[in-house]
Design a protein around this ligand. Sequence first.
Ligand SMILES: Cc1cc2nc3c(=O)[nH]c(=O)nc-3n(C[C@H](O)[C@H](O)[C@H](O)COP(=O)(O)O)c2cc1C
Length: 209
Amino acid sequence: MNDERPRRLVILVASPRRNGNSAALADAALRGARAGGIEASLHFADDLMQGFLRDCRQCRDERGRCRIDDGYAEFFFEHFLDADGLALATPVYWYGMSAQAKAFFDRMFCFVARSYPDSQDVRTRMQGKRVALLTASEEMYPTIALSLVNQMQEYARYTHSQFVGTVFGQGDQRGAVAGDPQGALEAAEALGRQFFERPHADYRIDSVR
Ligand SMILES: Cc1cc2nc3c(=O)[nH]c(=O)nc-3n(C[C@H](O)[C@H](O)[C@H](O)COP(=O)(O)O)c2cc1C
């Protein structure tokens, strides 16, 4: 990370509802981040992606680049890779993340695969970010978003990222997350504000403490 500039946080909303609960959580995180001096931006997955990952062998052009003609590559290179952190805000769909959220991860493959000419540079730039997860769901019990947490943790492990926080918001109708009994919007705002300050301790038995 470059200490000369403010930390950059990318917040990705992976719900088709512009004024839904994931967006409300993301907005709260954005507010908090900006209040904390973080350079934060919010993006909707639906604006970036018009399709799923394809068979790269069929799809790549003669220079090894992805042929899917949408905003993903620009977002990936100009925003995500440049950022120090990612907060993913997704609804819980069928006890997993939304298809948009999953496609965001799947589509990275195109640039990470060796058949992409600059994949080594991409792999280097993907490492060491802070990541966090914000979920919106109708149901609320302690394990409602377990599969999403698990995926995020494995993503973080694989990319040498630090998984620094979760907020599980309860709500079904648009905006209902504002009434979350555990104060999800306040928690999202606090997560945004402290995104790069929150202690992250993931010890191994031989860690020096
Ligand atoms: C396709 C679909 C699947 C859903 N599956 C679940 C589910 O498994 N568990 C749950 O609690 N809510 C489920 N919901 C409800 C949403 O998670 C809930 O309405 C959430 O607040 C939507 O977030 P959004 O406003 O950001 O779109 C589902 C909704 C849809 C449309």
